[in-house]
Ligand binder design. Structure first.
Ligand code: UT7
Length: 320
């Protein structure tokens, strides 16, 4: 038995902040942001929205899409690094909202790699036979964690949530790999103190800090390496993978990975121009869009790969 994604959903806030809007907040320009990152706009949560409201909406859609009744879910795993409360955890709140009465619920903190981490954990539970149907949610509101006076980071991130229902089936995940390097943790840090702080006071709360170039170099080296590791140990050729679905942080990172893998960029779909970097939500949002637009089809061989704070990174090889 392996793990198959049987339904997806996503939720994005209404409010759109364009690059021109950002230029009114910090000393930046549409030209700088779009040429360095590919981002053109991002969506930000309003006062009444948070990781739980977004995550619940995405999860509800994934349940409906997969035809799963609430009581069938055995486990809820939420990947998030931007909840404004420590407990109850986000997964328990989503469980309560959706009446997933038979589920165990827990959060996983692995920043932008979070979705790969919950997918890997779900796969291990399914392979061991402990659980059969699992709800995976990536939900983030990094707009509440960023320093709105730091132009080097505030232009990069957006809010959103994506979700998948996975179940034990004969085909699906072929193999998956995760890595962590705590020795490099200092290059990307975020403080929870900033989460409940109004944007105008966020500086005082020691919010998100990033050495962008160090993260860039790490991503363009480690993502191809871990994809190659997966391909080699499963004797799969890079050419035989139809889609490379990467964490949506920066278009130049995605292009660089495609080049290093000697693969055409068309195999690396990008939607970060609309949403910015939504951290743990970016891969499930992309999956939802690709699946419901008919681009990914059943049986397509895919690589998913994420990277982020920790440092953490990982990849999964699967047949959709
Ligand atoms: O999800 C994982 C988390 N993060 C990432 O994946 C981010 C990885 N890193 C990156 O994407 C890129 O490093 C950035 C997009 C963050 C930065 O791009 P870069 O090409 O590495 O720019 P840089 O840091 O080398 O900065 C170049 C210049 C600097 O000015 P000087 O020193 O050359 O005069 C910056 O001060 O650009 C300046 N700059 C800006 N200018 C206008 C930095 N941010 C901005 C801005 N607008 N928003």
């Amino acid at each position: 038995m392996t793990t198959r994604i049987i339904g997806t959903g996503s939720a994005l806030p209404e409010e759109v902040i364009t690059n021109d809007d950002m230029a009114k907040i910090v000393d930046t320009s549409d030209e700088w942001i779009s040429s360095r990152t590919g981002i053109r706009q991002r969506k930000l949560v309003g006062r009444d929205e948070n990781v739980v409201t977004l995550g619940t909406e995405a999860a509800r859609k994934a349940l409906e899409d997969s035809g799963t009744a609430p009581e069938e879910i055995d486990l809820v795993l939420t990947a998030t690094s931007s909840s404004e409360v420590y407990f109850p955890n986000v997964a328990c709140q989503i469980q309560g909202n959706l009446h997933l009465t038979n589920a165990v619920a827990m959060d996983v903190s692995a920043a932008c790699s979070g979705f790969l981490f919950v997918l890997h954990i779900a796969h291990a539970y399914i392979q061991s036979g402990v659980y059969r149907k699992i709800l995976l949610v990536g939900a983030e509101t990094l707009s509440r964690l960023i320093d709105w006076e730091d132009r080097t980071t505030c232009v990069l991130f957006g809010d959103g949530a994506g979700a998948c229902v996975v179940e034990a089936q004969e085909t699906g995940i072929i193999d998956a790999v995760l890595h962590s390097d705590g020795g490099m943790g200092h290059v990307l840090t975020g403080s929870a103190a900033a989460l409940v702080t109004p944007k105008s006071e966020a500086l005082a709360a020691h919010p998100l800090h990033m050495d962008g170039q160090a993260v860039f170099k790490f991503a363009v080296k480690k993502v191809p390496e871990c994809i190659q590791e997966l391909l080699e140990r499963n004797q799969v050729e890079a050419d035989d993978v139809k889609w490379y679905l990467l964490h949506q942080a920066n278009k130049r990172i995605i292009q660089s990975v495609a080049k290093r893998m000697h693969q055409p960029e068309e195999k690396f779909p990008v939607n970060l121009e609309y949403y910015g970097n939504t951290s743990a939500a970016s891969i499930p949002i992309l999956l939802d869009e690709m699946y419901h637009s008919g681009q990914i089809k059943r049986g397509d061989r895919c690589i998913l790969s994420g990277f982020g704070a920790g440092l953490t990174w990982g990849a999964a090889l699967l047949d959709w």
